[in-house]
Every structure is written in C-alpha cells, then in structure tokens.
Design a protein around this ligand. Structure first.
Ligand code: AP5
Length: 226
C-alpha cells in the first residue's frame, strides 16, 4: 500500500463500484485505514444485523442467502443513520453501496443535504473468469473481518487470521450456485450505475485483475487527483 500523507482527509464520499469478488472490500479497508475514514460496507452492516438477530437482520437474511438485493426500505435507512454519525464528517468509503440507480439518486440528494462534494466513484473492472476463483477462495476472520483468499492470499496458519488468530469463515452466499444469482443481480441492477456515474463525470476505472498492491496504488492516485 502506498504511503499517504499524515492527516490527509478524503473530504468526500468515495464509492467502490464493481461485481462481487472484484476486491472492493479488500481495497476499501485499506483506503479507509490510510485516510482514517470510516469504511461503510452495506454488506457488512447487514451481516452484523443478521448475526445479532435484529428484526432487520431477520428480514435481510433469507434474501442475502439467495444472492438477491435487499430492498431499499431496509438499506437506505441503515445508510442514512450511519452517515449521521460524527466520524463521517470528513468523508467515508462506500463499499457495496449504491447498488441501483435509485439508490444512487437518493445518495446524491443525501450528500448534498450534508454539504458534501459530489462523490468519486472507483469502478473495479475485472474479467468474470477471475471472479469465481476469488469468491470461492475467500475466507473472512470472525474476529476482525480481515479478508483472505485460499488461492491468492492464504493465511500463514490454515484456518486462522494472521492478525488476531481468529477463526476464518466462508460466507454462506459464497457458494458457487449462489454466486451465479449475485452476478446476475449485479449485471441487471448495479452495472448500469457505471454509465450513470460516467455521464456525471464521476467515474474512474481501475483494472481490478492486478495485484492487491497495484490496485491500491491506483486507487490512492485516483483519490489524490480528484
Ligand atoms: P456485499 O457484502 O456488498 O458483497 P459483494 O458486493 O457481492 O462483494 P463481495 O464482498 O463479494 O466482494 P468484494 O468486491 O468486496 O471482494 P473482496 O475484497 O472480499 O453484499 C452481500 C449481500 O448483501 C448482497 O448480495 C445483497 O444481498 C446485500 N446488500 C449489500 N449491499 C446492498 C445494497 N446496497 N442494496 C441491496 N442489497 C445489498 O475480495 C474477494 C476475494 O478476492 C478475497 O478472498 C480477497 O482476498 C481476494 N482478492 C481481493 N483483491 C485481490 C487481488 N487484487 N488479487 C488477488 N486476490 C484478491
């Protein structure tokens, strides 16, 4: 990961847009860490609700397991509440949100109300052949959420996180048959967002098939140039 100057702030919303398994979460964690900004993953927020057994989690869980998108009535309230928190005042990194043009339009209005500049959208471009390998090989630390890959980024000790020794899990929606539905949902509902943001002049492409470090360098470059 390239160095970032001390006290450097994002000062806006940075949106990571791309198909399942493209590496959005991996890069969003790093960028957020470097810029001391919150990493807002709607997938992680929903999984936390599922794990805690909240009523929101109970509604979302069967939809997520099928690989479909959770309704806006659930997701938008969750995002609005999160942006209201004080740690978001200097910008944040969205990972997995927005996912439809309607969500993007709603977000545009919300950012205006909060006095933010227009968002910067980093578009993860990747060949579909690589996606399945990345998703089926993914394992996530139960404790700190660190992301590994059995093929590309294995832990030093099998089944254990390098950072905190936590047990590594596979997401229930990372099974091959569910991944097909997730990819279809992406193509139909989320991919049109690239054209939407490109028209607004907000989109920057990243070749997500490169190594984690190479993608990270390109992302920091894009953020600094914006
Ligand atoms: P969500 O959690 O957002 O999943 P996703 O978008 O499908 O993305 P993933 O988390 O699968 O992939 P990623 O791009 O973050 O890849 P990662 O960095 O982990 O959503 C889950 C579900 O929640 C949805 O299906 C939906 O039901 C619901 N949901 C969420 N948001 C919603 C919304 N806004 N509206 C409605 N519903 C919503 O990397 C993948 C693997 O590759 C890892 O193993 C990693 O180690 C490896 N890797 C990463 N980068 C590289 C690299 N450069 N080289 C080699 N390996 C790499």
């Amino acid at each position: 990961m390239p160095d970032v100057r001390p006290n450097e702030k994002l000062d806006r919303a940075v949106i990571f847009l791309g198909p399942p398994g493209a590496g959005k979460g991996t890069q969003a964690k790093e960028l957020a860490r470097k810029f001391s900004a919150p990493h807002l993953s709607t997938g992680d927020m929903l999984r936390e609700h599922v794990a805690a057994g909240t009523s929101l989690g109970q509604r979302a869980q069967p939809i997520m397991v099928r690989g479909e998108l959770v309704p806006d009535s659930i997701v938008l309230r969750m995002v609005a509440d999160r942006i209201d928190r004080p740690d978001c005042s200097h910008g944040f990194v969205f990972d997995g949100f927005p996912r439809t043009v309607a969500q993007a339009q709603w977000l545009g209005e919300l950012l205006k109300q909060h006095g933010f500049k227009p968002p910067l959208v980093v578009h993860f471009v990747i060949d579909s052949a690589l996606i399945l390998r990345r998703i089926t090989g993914r394992r996530i630390c139960r404790v700190g959420g660190e992301i590994y890959n059995l093929y590309e980024r294995p832990p030093k000790v099998e089944g254990r996180c390098d950072k905190d020794g936590g047990e590594l899990d596979q997401r229930p929606d990372d099974r091959e048959e569910i991944v097909k539905t997730r990819l279809a949902a992406y193509e139909k509902q989320t991919a049109p967002l690239a054209a939407y943001y490109r028209r607004l002049g907000r989109l920057r492409d990243v070749d997500a098939s490169k190594s984690v470090d190479e993608v990270a360098k390109r992302v920091v470059h894009i953020v600094r140039e914006a």
